[in-house]
Design a protein. Structure first.
Length: 77
């Protein structure tokens, strides 16, 4: 959940920085010129289109290497 929130916050901040840098009557092409340089570009275009990022972000997250289910039954010891 923390990873998702961090990605979401970073994408929203980057999206706002791009919007602030664009002229008043900007086009999608002008937005794309700025967004295409960002490692967050996939998320930026989803934000631009007004789509929810949460489910899509969850699909990209992987569990940490040391977080595994532990079975403590003695038969497995």
């Amino acid at each position: 959940m923390r990873q998702r929130d961090a990605i979401l916050a970073e994408a929203r901040a980057e999206h706002q920085r791009i919007l602030d840098a664009l002229p008043k009557r900007w086009t999608r092409k002008e937005y794309a010129l700025h967004a295409s340089r960002s490692p967050m570009r996939a998320w930026l275009f989803m934000l631009l289109d007004g789509r929810d990022l949460s489910a899509r972000i969850f699909h990209t997250l992987r569990p940490e290497a040391d977080v595994r289910p532990v079975n403590t039954i003695e038969d497995n010891a």
